[in-house]
Design a protein around this ligand. Structure first.
Ligand code: AKB
Length: 310
């Protein structure tokens, strides 16, 4: 198995705890300082180098690839050509390796595949997908490419459309939904958060432990039950910044919020749904998140507090 990207390090640690340290191969373009390289096998690797991907997969006899490298929505607008290469050419390279080596593969898509003409409320699994960002364009093209490899070559490929992922370990990585992580750190450090997203802009979110659970559960699901391969809508909660702030205030009474709107990220957020319908995932592979706003906020604040004290 291999992994890198936004949720990569947390996923690798979870996979190692389930399948054993020597059975999970981590990889990234940069050498990590953490336990990722110390407690198990790590391969420094650029996803654009398809020959090296092939070499790693063959050498370690990898049977399941988590293809996670990606530039997220905000960063992708700064360097759209890089986003095209990493998000799409990197994916195509890895799909080819998976096809030749008959490895299964996980592909993370995103709510960013939707656009302004998509129904905003209870967004269906199959609906209008006309994204306005390079991130959305590459991820939707990626979904189609994955479907193609499944239908044409019988590749066992599966994936989910991630909403914003909130984590107390992985710091924001160039996405539009990063504010939903920053707000917790700022609440503890400064009791104040300046939001670049307007109040009333609702977006789907999921807490990292549930995001990781989704990555593992979908790959362990009975393939006969899966109507969709790429990609299943999943969500835990639909939130705007004020709703998060209100919940934080239950723990930090003098926490307050102000605004300095970033027009680029605001306009991306406005082109995404308020809340998506994830019934297909719930019915076909028993997707069921453990965390809601209340339990996530409690866990986020206590873990961040602990981290900042050390
Ligand atoms: C982003 O904001 O770009 C990502 C996403 C929703 O896919 N977190």
């Amino acid at each position: 198995m291999g992994a890198s990207g936004q949720i990569g390090s947390e996923l690798v640690l979870k996979l190692r705890s389930i399948y054993g340290n020597s059975n999970v191969i981590a990889s990234d373009i940069k050498m990590p300082k953490s336990e990722l390289s110390e407690d198990g096998i790590f391969e420094k690797h650029d996803c654009l180098d398809g020959d090296k991907t092939m070499d790693i997969v063959r050498r370690h006899k990898i049977k399941l690839i988590y293809n996670l490298p990606a530039l997220l929505s905000f960063n992708a607008e700064k360097t759209p050509q890089d986003a095209f290469n990493i998000n799409l050419i990197g994916l195509r390279n890895t799909l080819e390796v998976a096809r030749i080596e008959k490895s299964a593969m996980f592909f993370p898509s995103t709510i960013g595949v939707f656009g302004a003409s998509t129904p905003k409320v209870n967004t269906p699994q199959e609906t209008i997908t006309r994204p306005k960002t390079m991130y959305g364009v590459t991820k939707f093209a990626g979904e189609l490419l994955c479907d193609y490899y499944h239908n044409r070559f019988n590749l066992d490929i599966r994936g989910v459309r991630f909403p914003g992922i909130i984590s107390n370990k992985t710091k924001p990585g160039g996405g539009t939904t990063d504010y939903a992580i920053d707000i917790f750190y700022e609440a503890i450090k400064n009791k104040h958060f300046k939001s670049y997203i307007k109040a009333g802009t609702f977006l789907d979110m999921v807490y990292m432990p549930d995001a990781i659970k989704a990555c593992i559960d979908i790959m362990e699901a009975n393939p006969d039950k899966l109507t969709y391969r790429n990609s299943f809508n999943i969500t835990s909660m639909s939130l705007d910044v004020e709703t998060i702030a209100k919940e934080i205030k239950k723990h930090i009474a003098d926490f307050n919020l102000s605004y300095d709107i970033d027009p680029v990220r605001q306009s991306i957020a406005e082109s995404w749904p308020d809340n998506i319908d994830d019934n297909a995932a719930r019915e076909q592979w028993a997707w069921s998140p453990d965390y809601d706003l209340e339990s996530m906020t409690k866990d986020m604040l206590s873990k961040i507090e602990l981290k900042l004290c050390h």
